[in-house]
Write a protein that binds this ligand. Structure first.
Ligand code: IPE
Ligand code: IPE
Ligand code: MG
Length: 258
């Protein structure tokens, strides 16, 4: 366990305990600089390190990063191979940073799709950081929300047939129990970089009531300053979960974003 200090900024409103990020725009970042797309992915690692460390030092409970989708396997094989190599390196090289910052790593997705060496290093890093009591860093790898829901429904049906699950008892909590990682709370804040206004098959169940923040900045340039803008914007949001909030100050009751 590290001896890092947790300092939470006071932004005059609620703090997003659970943050999820769709890390997009690595290719565009590189193309703008006349570089190969894969160099954008490499640069993106520096943002992953900075954002993870910043979130851990602010006492974020969980940070979920969308690193590779089930649909991303469609990309040209050299790009996919490069990403898998980066993932394998990340799993080894980030160990000291994760330990220093008391971060626990957990991965979600169809992990068996990953190359054997990437999976082996990933399992070892999960094991090494299992006892860390600080922030949980979740990496979504070969992740797709429809795949996750399909996997959950298949397991539920198997349990129902074998008598282990009573179909009459199925409710939101029992559905959640079949998702990849039922223990981590739903994101309070979902950030997407590089300006696209879409979800791209990410955590469809879990983001039902998340606050959304889209940054125009490409992921390799998304750093502390941009993160603080997103958190400050969240602090001004009013979450109602379908109800009414009688104690919302009148000047904030109609506010939507920045
Ligand atoms: C995000 O950057 C990283 C992954 C999806 C793996 P992109 O590679 O999607 O970058 P753009 O969207 O093409 O700019
Ligand atoms: C979403 O980005 C997936 C990840 C960030 C890992 P994409 O670049 O794959 O999404 P689309 O294709 O623009 O929707
Ligand atoms: Mg993209």
């Amino acid at each position: 366990m590290g001896d890092h200090k947790i300092e939470r900024p006071d932004l005059g409103g609620p703090f997003p305990e659970n943050i999820a990020i769709i890390m997009d725009g690595n290719g565009r970042w590189a193309q703008k600089r006349k570089l190969r797309r894969v160099l954008g992915h490499r640069e993106g690692i520096a943002s992953v390190r900075e954002i993870t460390t910043e979130c851990a030092s602010m006492g974020v409970t969980s940070l979920t990063l969308y690193a590779f989708s089930v649909e991303n396997w469609k990309r040209p094989s050299p790009e996919v191979r490069f990403l898998m190599k980066l993932l394998t390196e990340f799993m080894v090289e980030e160990r000291p940073t994760l330990m220093e910052n008391d971060v626990q790593l957990r991965c979600i997705g169809r992990l068996d799709d990953l190359p054997a060496d990437a999976l082996r290093e990933l399992r070892e890093t999960e094991e090494l950081t299992r006892g860390n009591g600080g922030m949980r860093l979740r990496l979504a790898l070969s992740y797709g929300s429809r795949t996750e829901l399909g996997d959950a429904v298949r397991r539920m049906c198997t349990d129902a047939v074998s008598g282990g699950l009573d179909p009459e008892s199925i409710d939101e909590d029992s559905i959640r129990a079949y998702l990849y990682d039922p223990e981590t709370p739903d994101p309070d804040l979902l950030i997407r970089t590089a300006g696209e206004m879409r979800i791209s098959n990410f955590l469809l169940w879990q983001i039902s009531y998340s606050e959304l923040f889209v940054s125009d900045v490409c992921w390799p340039e998304f750093r502390r300053k941009e993160l603080m803008e997103a958190i400050a914007c969240y602090a001004r949001r009013v979450r109602k979960f379908g109800g009414l909030v009688s104690d919302v100050p009148p000047d904030r009751s109609t506010e939507r974003t920045a």
